[in-house]
Structures are given as structure tokens and as C-alpha cells.
Ligand binder design. Structure first.
Ligand code: ATP
Ligand code: MN
Length: 534
């Protein structure tokens, strides 16, 4: 790539407060960014040529330090809550000044122009300014990559300024602590200070799109993955972190559209991103060949360790964090669809990782149940309490993505409800979590079974199978499914102690009901009645 012929947009950068006497590396190729990272001693190549780095103090997002500037645009439109924390505009200016002062002291900087939204009608141009070359490589991998021609008259609409090494003084900056991610819709800017965690950039732009697309373009923005069958039928996979969006959308039999963020227009769906960001904990070639083989030259691996004395990654190690990750351009997955767009979805899967082992591994939802589940956004993780004792902990996250939704959940739910009705989409609930008991007694559902259930649903093989209603949750469970033992299809049959199952089911149902109280008054009676029955 001869990107160096494209000249650096110096006057635009100085308007941003960036001193352009600093050597600025503009639009470097992945190979150059890898080299710069290696030269700085901030990364090592593994045995397959991927760049392995440490993100530093933060190995995950920091939702408590994510702020939205409260101004005339956001005041009455943003749903201020624990995820949309307001910040006065004066602090935005203070942090902006601190970040530019910090960046202006650096020996060199990395700048990249890229964009979000694979559908040209909704394209959002982004300019990223980094103090770390590997953060810039992340932007290359994850956002869409303009051609050289497109770069000639590239007009950035949004800016991201990233300064992981800057520590903020909360007393001066109006922050909680030394790090912050700040979104300003008025200045069209995301400021990231004190954290090198790459996901802050990606989910920052996602948050921006979750505001702009529904509000100004009538497009439903969604926290879901998407893929497409040979005859063009598309499927969406909604779910919170760790439920299987990335894993299950990478299906050798189907074209990958995207693994995390999509928009739904009147014509079809499109990916917001140009890459994937996969978990690598316990990654194996056998179970997840597509992702495993994407770890090669150009891929950026975060927070993993090597087997001693080698540069072979130990995917089982949680030494630095359990949230080990890799980012790579989407075409690293062999059957990725280019461009990352597709027609209207025929099937939607809601993924949940139910560590209680209560929900069936696959079930069909009525439109009202689908809305109930979408608004609830349930999953349950395993929470460590004291040493050796762990128990499931429920999360209810509206629309399967509350941390990224600036608008009220009801706005997204209303749009989804209309689309489900208009397009008669089939909706399935998939439990990728526990079977045979809760965490501790049971085991996680085998990935090969989950894949087989999804394939069966997509191929229409569950359309004429007998279904039985779950006695508490009401969804329909198929009694048979190709390539899956029938006994696991009804979770109650997998528990040794059926009384314990019934108790666990009622306990989970009660949690759903308690959580839904805050939405009850805003939804139609049929959605209210889709609640579990105690
Ligand atoms: P994020 O939003 O954080 O990117 P995600 O929804 O994309 O999360 P994945 O990265 O797909 O989640 O993570 C699912 C993890 O669970 C993977 O590590 C996968 O190997 C593991 N897993 C184990 N059993 C299953 C199963 N039955 N179905 C799906 N994933 C499973
Ligand atoms: Mn994912």
C-alpha cells in the first residue's frame, strides 16, 4: 500500500489543537504500524505473525468513566442513566486541552482516516488521532477502510483523540478518576484519556451511531452480529458480551456480514464496522477454526501470554485478564460478505448465556415474547464471591446493549417491534449457557450443539417439529432437532433433581418480573402478558 502519497491534512489537525510540527504518521499500513510498535518495545510478534500487545491498566471498558456532554443537543434527548453520565461542557474543553497538550508533547503521533457504516447512505467519516501505533492499528482493523481515491477529499465528521498515557486530575476535569471517555455530540468528538483499552474507541462510535441513526435517519441500530445464507437470507444474533455473537456468526456455511454492530433500514441490514473483535479465551482450532486462523499477520492480539520460552500464545491463560481479544479486518474470515450488507432478516436469534441452566437451549418466541425478551436483555454470568465459591449473577440489559444506548430503550424496542411485524421475522431464544444444572453442577452447552440448533432453525427444519411450551416462560421448545440429542432440548430433563430445576426456574422468572417493572407502563398489554408465569 502506498498510502504515503496521500498528504497529511495539517490545517485541519491544527484546528483540532494538534501541533503539526510533531512528526505525524498519517494513514500508515498495518505492517508499518506493527513495525513502529515493535520499535517502541510495546509489542511482540507471535509464531503466526500477529502483533501481541498489552493494553495497560485497563483490559476492558470502564462504563463508570464514560461521559456524555450535556448540551442543547443532548439535554432532552439522551436518556440520562448509569450508562449515560452527564458531563458539563466546560469539562469537555478542559479535557480536550489536556489531551492536545499531552499529544503535542509526544515525539510522534499516528493519525488515521476511516469510516463507519458499510451502507454508503449512512457512512460516517472518522479521524482518529493516537499516541500509540497499536491503537491506530485497531482503528485500521475495526473501522472501514477508505480507498486512496476516497482519501483525497476525505472530510472527517467525527474525531477520536486517544491518550492512554494521560492521567486526568478528577478535581480539575470533573471525572470520577484519572481516566475518562467523553462523547460530545455538539463537537462531534470522542476524547479518551487514561485508558489504552481498544474497545473504548469501537464502543464510543457505536454509542454515537445508536444516537444518530434512530434519531436522524430512521434506522434501527443494533448490538448484534449478522450472517447470510447462500440464497441471500440473513440472520441476526443479539446478545450481551460473551453470549456468542462473534463465535456463532462465524459459520463456514454462511457469509459473515459482521460480528457486533448493525443497522436495519427499510431495505436491509448493514455492518457499522470493517472488522471483528473476538474473544480468545480458551480459543481452539478445532472449535473455532475461522477465528483461530484469523490470528495472523495484521491481527492485533490483546493481553494474552506466551507459553514459557516460546512465542506461542497460551489461550487458556487468564494471567492478565479473562477478556483476552483479537481484532482483525473482516476479510480475514474466509467467507465474509463484501460489502458488509445484506437483505432483510428472516431469522433473529436472541443469545443468552444462562448460568442458572434454566432456559431451553433453543426455543421459538411469539412476537410478544420476542419484545419481552428484547426489553429484558437477560444473561447470567458466573460471579466469583469468596474463594472457591461461585454463583450465577443475572444481568438485565435492555435491547441486549444498555451500556451503548443513548436513547430510551423504548425507542429501539418500538422500531424493532414494527419491523418484526412488518417483515414477519422468526425469533428464537438460544441459551448458550448451562445445561444439566446451574453453574457448578451442570456444564456449558456444547458449541457444536448450539451450532446444530441454529443451523436447523435457519434451514427450516424446526418448522414442522412438535413443540412444547415451557411451563414458566411460555416459549416453545422443539422436541427434536437434527444432530442434537433430544434429551437436552427440554432443560428440565437434564437436571438430576427436577424439583431443584423448578425452583431455579421460578427464581429466574421472579428476577425477570422484578426487572420488567420499570417498563410495564410503557408497553402494550400483550407484551406485559408475555412475562413468565409464577
Ligand atoms: P462481545 O460482545 O464481548 O464481543 P460475543 O457475544 O461476541 O461478546 P463471543 O466472543 O462469541 O461473545 O464469546 C462466546 C464465548 O463462549 C466464546 O469464547 C466461545 O468459545 C464460548 N462458548 C462456549 N460454549 C458456547 C456455546 N454453546 N455457544 C456459543 N459460545 C460458546
Ligand atoms: Mn463479539
Amino acid at each position: 500500500m502506498s498510502a504515503s502519497v496521500i498528504s497529511l491534512p495539517t490545517d485541519q489537525l491544527s484546528k483540532l489543537g494538534i501541533k503539526t510540527s510533531t512528526p505525524i504518521h498519517y494513514q500508515l499500513s498495518p505492517a508499518e504500524l506493527v513495525q513502529d510498535t515493535l520499535t517502541m518495545g510495546e509489542g511482540i510478534l507471535n509464531d503466526t505473525g500477529a502483533l501481541v500487545i498489552k493494553t495497560g491498566e485497563f483490559t476492558g471498558r470502564s462504563p463508570k468513566d464514560k461521559f456524555t456532554v450535556r448540551d442543547e443537543i443532548t439535554e432532552n434527548t439522551v436518556n440520562w442513566n448509569e450508562f449515560n453520565i452527564p458531563m458539563e461542557e466546560k469539562y469537555f474543553h478542559i479535557i480536550h486541552k489536556q489531551i492536545t497538550d499531552h499529544l503535542n508533547q509526544k515525539k510522534e503521533l499516528w493519525v488515521r482516516d476511516c469510516y463507519a457504516c458499510a451502507d454508503p447512505e449512512y457512512r460516517l467519516n472518522i479521524r482518529v488521532v493516537n499516541e500509540k501505533p497499536w491503537n491506530n492499528l485497531f482503528a485500521y482493523n475495526m473501522f472501514l477502510r477508505p480507498t486512496e481515491e476516497e482519501l483525497e477529499d476525505f472530510k472527517p465528521e467525527w474525531h477520536i483523540l486517544s491518550a492512554p498515557d494521560l492521567k486526568l486530575d478528577p478535581a480539575i476535569c470533573g471525572t470520577r478518576q484519572h481516566n475518562a471517555s467523553v462523547i460530545s455530540f455538539k463537537h462531534k468528538m470522542i476524547l479518551i484519556a487514561g485508558s489504552g483499552y481498544t474497545g473504548e474507541t469501537k464502543k464510543g462510535i457505536f454509542t454515537v451511531l445508536n444516537y444518530l441513526l434512530p434519531k436522524t435517519k430512521g434506522v434501527l441500530s443494533m448490538h448484534c452480529s449478522a450472517n447470510m445464507g447462500n440464497n441471500g437470507d440473513t440472520a441476526l444474533f443479539f446478545g450481551l458480551s460473551g453470549t456468542g455473537k462473534t463465535t456463532l456468526s462465524a459459520d463456514p456455511e454462511r457469509g459473515l456480514i459482521g460480528d457486533d454492530e448493525h443497522g436495519w433500514t427499510n431495505e436491509g441490514i448493514f455492518n457499522f464496522e470493517g472488522g471483528c473483535y473476538a474473544k480468545t479465551i480458551d480459543l481452539s482450532e478445532e472449535k473455532e477454526p475461522e477465528i483461530y486462523h484469523a490470528i495472523c499477520e495484521g491481527a492485533l492480539v490483546e493481553n494474552t501470554v506466551f507459553f514459557p520460552g516460546t512465542n506461542r500464545i497460551d489461550f487458556s491463560a487468564k494471567t492478565i485478564t479473562e477478556n483476552t481479544r483479537v481484532s482483525y479486518p473482516i476479510h480475514y474470515i474466509s467467507n465474509a460478505v463484501e460489502p458488509s450488507t445484506g437483505g432483510l432478516p428472516g431469522n433473529i436469534f436472541f443469545l443468552t448465556c444462562d448460568a442458572y441452566g434454566v432456559l431451553p437451549p433453543i426455543s421459538r418466541l411469539t412476537p410478544a415474547q420476542a419484545m419481552y425478551q428484547f426489553i429484558s436483555g437477560y444473561t447470567a454470568k458466573v460471579a466469583g464471591t469468596e474463594a472457591g465459591i461461585t454463583e450465577p449473577k443475572s444481568t438485565f440489559s435492555a435491547c441486549f446493549g444498555a451500556p451503548f444506548l443513548p436513547l430510551h430503550a423504548g425507542e429501539y424496542a418500538k422500531m424493532l417491534g414494527e419491523k418484526l411485524r412488518t417483515h414477519k421475522v422468526k425469533v428464537w431464544l438460544i441459551n448458550t449457557g448451562w445445561t444439566g444444572g446451574s453453574y457448578g453442577t451442570g456444564t456449558r452447552m456444547k458449541l457444536s450443539y448450539t451450532r446444530a440448533m441454529i443451523t436447523a432453525a435457519l434451514e427450516g427444519k424446526l418448522n414442522s417439529v412438535d413443540m412444547i411450551k415451557h411451563p414458566v416462560f411460555g416459549m416453545e421448545m422443539p422436541v427434536q432437532c437434527p444432530n442434537v440429542p433430544s434429551v437436552i432440548l427440554n432443560p428440565r430433563n437434564t437436571w438430576k433433581d427436577v424439583n431443584a430445576y423448578d425452583k431455579a426456574a421460578l427464581n429466574l422468572a421472579q428476577q425477570f418480573i422484578n426487572n420488567f417493572k420499570k417498563y410495564e407502563n410503557g408497553v402494550d398489554v400483550e407484551i406485559r402478558e408475555a412475562a413468565p408465569k409464577i
